[in-house]
Write a protein that binds this ligand. Structure first.
Ligand SMILES: [Zn+2]
Ligand SMILES: [Zn+2]
Length: 133
């Protein structure tokens, strides 16, 4: 394939040796034939008819890091901060309520929650996406 940024022929590298861009980044050149594209938002290469966009959706999913979510929960789990951070709003909200209703005792839930996240027992965010290791 060709570098989308500079048109350099890339073999197995993920980073273009010529311009340093990631091989999936850039929209100046066709990755299939290496031709310069007439404009950057073009969908189909006019030279080789390759679809340039549309199947890269999966890479757009934001994956939260297990470490950042886990540590947020361990330290601020009383307020469900880690849960809110990873879109798990209902549980985060319940953790605040429990903490208030138990005068702080219930904050142990958020703490244990953080440990479970760090250890990988909980590995999905509120949107159903896996956490990144
Ligand atoms: Zn390049
Ligand atoms: Zn092409």
């Amino acid at each position: 394939m060709y570098c989308r940024n500079c048109g350099y022929l890339i073999k197995n590298q993920t980073i273009c040796p010529s311009c340093g861009f990631h091989k999936d980044k850039g929209n100046t050149y066709c990755f299939a034939c290496g031709k310069k594209l007439p404009f950057s938002s073009i969908l189909i290469c006019q030279n080789c008819n390759t679809r340039l966009r549309g199947n890269s959706k999966k890479q757009d999913i934001k994956q939260y890091s297990r470490l950042s979510v886990g540590f947020l929960q361990v330290f601020f789990g009383a307020f469900g901060i880690g849960r809110f951070y990873m879109h798990s709003y209902l549980i985060g909200f319940l953790q605040i309520i429990v903490t208030i209703l138990t005068f702080g005792l219930g904050s142990i839930w958020g703490f244990i929650d953080g440990i479970l996240i760090l250890s990988g027992k909980i590995n999905k965010d509120g949107l159903g996406n896996h956490l990144k290791d």
